[in-house]
Write a protein that binds this ligand. Sequence first.
Ligand code: F6P
Length: 355
Amino acid sequence: MPYHRATLSTFLIDERRRTPSFDPELAGLIKDVEVACKYIASAVSRGRLVEEKASTKVNIQGEEQKPLDVIANEMVLQTCDSTEQLLGVVSEEMENPYPIQRGRNGRYLLVYDPLDGSSNLDLNVTVGSIFSVLRAPEGAQELKPEHFLQPGISQVAAGFTLYGPSVMLVLTLGRGVHGFTLDREVGTFILTHPDMRIPEETREFAINASNERFWEAPVRHYVEECKQGKSGPRGVDFNMRWIASMVAEVYRILIRGGLFMYPRDTKDPSKGGRLRLLYEANPMSLIVEQAGGASWTGRERILEVKPTALHQRIPVILGSRSEVERLVSYHHAYDQGEELSFKSPLFANRSIFHS
Ligand code: F6P
């Protein structure tokens, strides 16, 4: 390994030099998150060997927890329990925020999804953790749920890890996106992907096509155009991808570009979407925007949405900027009552199939 490569620690020290306003307390907090992620990486790689030790239940999302969901959540709590910079944390796996006893003067809040994509754990595919850091309200000493209800634009840092063939940590401090690979032999994250940029030219899209009958017309229109390939209005062939693990999908978008969608649908109208605003959509949207991409619900820029509840769900359309803008324009046209000119009459807006 070339010894001169930056580690996550030296990157954070250099950040202070590059950006004098960068708070060293935030660096300390990121280091604690890094430690939690290393523990989780180790547990995930041991799979079944560690799973027997955890008891599970149905989480606040109404989803059955996997043993590793519980283990990963505990690992974050235990690692951050003495993080003085933190007033409190909230997790996708817990109903209520968790106050940090030693952080009564903490100036930050941590939001995290300890194990994203965990429904795939038994398949041994790539899963990960997602995290987001917010400022605690000035002078707040007692943690309240509403402290976390800040729009994504207020995030001071966001990132995710990938527990795949290699372990990676992707981080933004609001000034670009940087990827680090874990050198397991020395236990250190090394900067391997500085300044990640989402390619504009793309021929890939990702969506769970089994939900097609529940989609809105603009999404059906976009997907149909892609599927028509060279002979359709886009004039090129597209590939479709679906890993069912958002961390892996967003990493692919960072490397190859493309579009990832979990759009609004009519499958369960009581939910605002499939993905969680605080734990998934906001951190990923900051990362994608910082890498030159875009992230919308179809109608709103996700980072500007004011959350109303900790576990709120939201539609997500993110990726290469021009593709996101194209699909947002389809939503706009549809909402204005414009006809979307589908090649196939089956998909025609307000045709006999869509009254
Ligand atoms: O929200 C958890 C998650 O596993 C995401 O990582 C992923 O994008 C999505 O759910 C997969 O959903 P589905 O099971 O509907 O394909």
